[in-house]
Design a protein around this ligand. Structure first.
Ligand SMILES: NC(=O)c1ccc[n+]([C@@H]2O[C@H](COP(=O)([O-])OP(=O)(O)OC[C@H]3O[C@@H](n4cnc5c(N)ncnc54)[C@H](OP(=O)(O)O)[C@@H]3O)[C@@H](O)[C@H]2O)c1
Length: 239
């Protein structure tokens, strides 16, 4: 089967550290021009960056305009930006709820909405949303975060149905516990309890998640659409 060459650029939101940074590096290593977006506007060495805050429609749209002017249309979107505001339900403020749903769920939808414009024109595109194993397992202290990550499944699959006929795929990856700044925030006791529950007995590496995302963006993955792919060492098995 003849596979189309990649066109346009990849945008990785939250691409200046952690999983996003490794994903930008994996896409570049695979020959795909890549730009990263983050609130701080910083980026790994040698990777172009745009300042973007996914909680603002204006900021997302401005960032896409800037990328299109300087690098070309966005043909690959990795909606990776995310935050946690962990606390028990009865202590969870409206601000904890709003901030996490805005950054993790609505931010990804905003980026898909803006990216779809050019992808539909080109009749080609790849979208990967970064969810979490907690979307299905739930997680005490993460009602806001688990709700946002579960929301990404419904959002992503809806867009997969809308745009599948235009050569655009939307897939969702659901990482377990990966060694990044986000998981460093957990207490030593929580880290030990989590480790004991992971069948492979270790945390995941950012490069392992990045390689999966890069594969989903490749021409070889053209028939994978609307999939939720766990990468969690077996933590979420059965869900
Ligand atoms: N680490 C894990 O174990 C794990 C497991 C499952 C899922 N995930 C998910 O994987 C993704 C990446 O996680 P990570 O562990 O790599 O996190 P991280 O190291 O904390 O990095 C988060 C990234 O998101 C960016 N970001 C946060 N809020 C943003 C906003 N409003 N607008 C634009 N960028 C924003 C940050 O940019 P700034 O530097 O500018 O703040 C940063 O680049 C997240 O969606 C997370 O929920 C992580």
């Amino acid at each position: 089967m003849e596979l189309p060459a990649p066109h346009g650029v990849a945008l990785v939101t939250g691409g200046n550290r952690g999983i996003g940074r490794a994903t930008a590096q994996a896409l570049l290593a695979g020959g795909h021009p890549t730009v990263v977006g983050s609130r701080s506007g910083s980026a790994p060495d040698g990777v172009p960056a745009v300042q973007m805050d996914v909680t603002s429609t204006q900021s997302v749209n401005d960032a896409f305009d800037e990328i299109e002017q300087n690098y070309g249309p966005v043909s690959v979107l990795i909606a990776n930006a995310g935050i946690t505001r962990d606390t028990l339900l009865m202590r969870m403020s409206d601000d904890d709820l709003d901030a996490v749903i805005q950054a993790n769920l609505i931010g990804a939808i905003r980026c898909m909405r803006r990216a779809a414009r050019n992808m539909v024109k080109a009749r080609n595109g790849r979208i990967v949303l970064v969810s979490s194993v907690v979307w299905a397992l739930g997680s005490a202290g993460q009602t806001n975060y688990a709700a946002a990550k579960a929301g990404l499944i419904g959002a992503g699959r809806s867009v997969a149905r809308e745009l599948g006929g235009r050569g655009i795929t939307v897939n969702i990856v659901a990482p377990g516990f990966i060694d990044t700044d986000m998981t460093q925030e957990l207490s030593a006791a929580d880290r030990a309890a989590i480790l004991a529950a992971i069948p492979t007995g270790r945390y995941g590496e950012v490069s392992e998640v990045a390689d999966l995302i890069a594969y989903l963006c490749s021409p070889q993955a053209a028939y994978i659409n609307g999939a939720v792919i766990p990468i969690d060492g077996g933590l979420g098995m059965g869900h």
